[in-house]
Unconditional design. Sequence first.
Length: 335
Amino acid sequence: MHPVQFNLKYVSLGILILQTTSLVLTMRYSRTVDDGGPKYISATAVVMAEVLKILACLILVFGGEGSMDCAKFLTILNTQILQRPLDTLKLAIPSGLYTIQNNLLFVALSNLDAATYQVTYQLKILTTAMFSVLLLQKQLNAIKWTSLVILMLGVALVQMPADSSHTEKELTASGQLKGLIAVICACCSSGFAGVYFEKILKGTKQSIWLRNIQLAFFGMIFGLVPVFWYNTPSIQENGFFQGYNGITWTVIILQALGGLVIAAVIKYADNILKGFATSLSIILSTVVSYYLLNDFQPSGYFFIGASFVIAATFLYGYEWTQPPPKESNQTVRNI
C-alpha cells in the first residue's frame, strides 16, 4: 500500500471517530444544558447544517472538478445540475428522508443518554440491510443474517432498565420511550434513504460531491418546513438564531461534516476499519456520558448488549471470501 493511501485511511478513520463521538456528545449536551436563556430550535440547526454542507461541497467541486477555474466551475454546475432537472428531482426523496432523520436525532438525544443512543442507532445496519435486499436485490449470506440477529439482541439488552439513582439527570420512562421511538424511526429513514441514494449513484456519472449539493439543497428546503410550521411565533419573538452559542455552532458544523467524512472513509478505508471506528465511538460516548455528562448509569445488560452490537458490527462488515480453488480441481473443471 502506498504510504499516502495508508495515512489517508487512518486519518479519515480518526476524523470519523472524532466526528461521530463529538456530534453525539455535543448534541446531547446542547439539548440538556440550561444557560438561563431560550434553547435553540433544533430544526433551524438542521437547516444551517445543510447550508454549510452545500458550501463545503461547492468548495470541493471548485477545487476538484472545477480545477480552481471559475468558468469551468460554473459550467459544471450548469450542465450537471441546472440542465438536468429530472435527475436533480430524484434526490428529493432521500433528501426529505435525511431531513426527517436529522430532526429525529435531536428528539432522540433530548430524551436518551449518549451511550444508549449510540448503541441503539446501530440498528441502521439492520434497516439498511433489509432495504438493500428489497430494493437492490442484494444477497446476504448466513453470517450476515446471524450478525443482524446478534445486533437486534444487543440493542434489546441495552434497553433493559438500569438503576438510575446515581445519575443527576434522571430520564423519565416516557421520555426514554419517546427517544427510543425517534431512534428507530431515524434508523428506518436512514436505511431507506441510504439504499435509495446508492441506487441513484450507481446509475449516474456525477461525482458524489455534486450529488451532495443536490441533496443538501432539498434538505435545506424541506428543513424550513418544520421551522416555520411549528416555530413561527418563537422565531418572530426571539429570532431564527435564538439560543445559538458556541456549542450550537459546533453541533451544526459536526453534523454538516458527517456525510463528507463518511464519503472519505468509503473512499480510503474499508468496512472492517469503519466498524472499528464505530466501536471506539460507542466506547468513548459511554465513558464521557458517564463521567462528564453524568446522565448515564451503565448496567450489566448494557455492557453485554453493547458487546453484542460491537461484535455484530464487525461480523457484518467483514468480507467473508471463499478460499481459492485448488489447482487439481480447477484442472478437472477445465477438462
